[in-house]
Design a protein around this ligand. Structure first.
Ligand code: NAD
Length: 304
C-alpha cells in the first residue's frame, strides 16, 4: 500500500487531497498544527492526524518515517496577511518549506510535492505558464518562489525528487474559513449582504475545483522523473468577475446586491493559467466545469 504525509491536510485543499489519496488506496498521515485547518475536515476518514508545526523538524521527520510521498501544503495562505507580517510569512512559507524538504529527504521519502501558486509570477501571470520569469509582488509570492527554488536546489544538489505545482484560484467544499472570492461571495449571498466588486468587474481569474487540483497533485506524486519540475494546475479557463457573479446568482436562485469600490492597488487585472505542460507530462485533465463546481460548493455551504 503506498503511503503519504500531507502537511496542511486538515485544511481546505489538503482535506480533499486526503480523501482522494484514501480512495486511491494510500495510507495517509496528516501533519497539521490546526491553525487554520480543523479536525472536522477529516471526520470519518481512516487517517492518522499528527498535530505539529512544520517548523518542528524532528517531529516532522518522525512523521515521514516509512513514507513514499510528502505533499507539502501547510502554509500561511494569505497575500494580505503576508504584506502585514512579511517576516512571519517567510518563516512559515519559505523556511517552513526548506525544513519540510530536509525532513523528507533525511527520512528517505521518495517524492516531495510542493503547493505553490501563481503569486511568484506577479504581473507575468497573464497567462501563467512555467517558462515565465518570476517577479513576485507580495511577500507571499516571494515565499512561494523561494519554496520552488529550494525544490529545484534539492533535486540539483541531492537528486531529491521534489516537484512544485502552482495552483490558480481554488474553490470547493470545506472552504468556509477561506477569504477567496467564491467562498466569500457565497457567505455574503447566504447572509443577504451585498457583494463588493473592486473596479468594474471585468477583471478575470482562473477558478479551479478542488478535486481537479487534488487529482493533479496525485499525478505529480506518481509520474516518474519529475524532480526539479514546475507545473501549473488550474482550469485553464479565464472567467470574468461579473460572469462569476451571474453564475452564483443562477446557482443560488438569489439576486445579490452589488457594491462597487475603486480598484485595489496592486491587484492584477487579468489572470489565467496555461495547463499544457501538466496535460502532456502528468495526463492532467480538469473535469469539473465552473457551473457544476459552484453548484456543488453552494450545496456544501447549505448543508454546513
Ligand atoms: N486556496 C487557493 O486558492 C490556493 C491557491 C494557490 C496556492 N495555495 C496553496 O495551497 C496550500 C493549501 O491552501 P488552502 O487553501 O487549503 O489553505 P488552508 O489554510 O485551508 O490550509 C493550510 C493548512 O496548513 C495548516 N498549517 C498552517 N501553518 C502550519 C504549520 N506551521 N505547521 C503545520 N500546519 C500548518 C493549517 O492549519 C491548514 O490546515 C497552501 O500552501 C496555499 O498557499 C492555495
Amino acid at each position: 500500500m503506498p503511503s503519504a504525509v500531507v502537511t496542511g491536510g486538515a485544511g481546505f485543499i489538503g482535506s480533499t487531497l486526503t480523501r482522494l489519496l484514501l480512495e486511491r488506496g494510500y495510507s495517509v498521515r496528516v501533519y497539521d498544527d490546526l491553525s487554520s485547518g480543523s479536525r472536522e475536515h477529516l471526520e470519518g476518514l481512516d487517517v492518522e492526524l499528527v498535530v505539529g508545526d512544520v517548523r518542528d523538524i524532528e517531529s516532522l521527520q518522525r512523521a515521514c518515517d516509512g513514507i513514499d510521498a510528502m505533499f507539502h501544503l501547510a502554509a500561511g495562505a494569505g497575500v494580505v496577511d503576508s504584506i502585514e507580517n512579511p517576516i512571519e510569512n517567510f518563516d512559515l512559507n519559505a523556511r517552513g518549506t526548506l525544513l519540510a524538504l530536509w525532513a523528507a529527504k533525511q527520512a528517505g521519502v521518495g517524492r516531495f510535492v510542493f503547493s505553490s501558486s501563481n503569486a511568484p509570477l506577479g504581473d507575468n501571470a497573464y497567462p501563467a505558464s512555467e517558462d515565465k520569469p518570476v517577479a513576485p509582488l507580495s511577500p507571499y509570492g516571494a515565499g512561494k518562489a523561494t519554496g520552488e527554488a529550494y525544490c529545484s536546489a534539492f533535486f540539483g544538489a541531492y537528486g531529491f525528487e521534489a516537484v512544485a505545482v502552482r495552483f490558480s484560484n481554488a474553490y470547493g467544499p470545506r472552504s468556509a474559513r477561506k477569504s477567496n472570492v467564491i467562498p466569500l461571495f457565497i457567505r455574503k449571498i447566504m447572509a443577504g449582504e451585498p457583494l463588493t466588486i473592486y473596479g468594474d468587474g471585468t477583471q478575470t481569474r482562473d477558478f479551479v475545483f478542488v478535486t481537479d487540483l487534488a487529482n493533479g497533485l496525485i499525478r505529480a506524486a506518481e509520474k516518474p522523473e519529475l524532480g526539479g519540475e514546475i507545473f501549473q494546475l488550474a482550469s485553464g479557463v479565464e472567467t470574468g468577475l461579473n460572469d462569476l457573479v451571474a453564475m452564483l446568482a443562477e446557482v443560488s436562485g438569489r439576486s445579490p446586491q452589488l457594491q462597487h469600490e475603486p480598484p485595489r492597488a496592486g491587484e492584477i487585472q487579468r489572470n489565467y493559467s496555461l495547463v499544457d505542460k501538466a496535460r502532456d507530462r502528468l495526463g492532467y485533465a480538469p473535469q469539473v466545469p465552473l457551473a457544476e463546481g459552484l453548484a456543488r460548493t453552494w450545496q456544501w455551504f447549505q448543508e454546513g
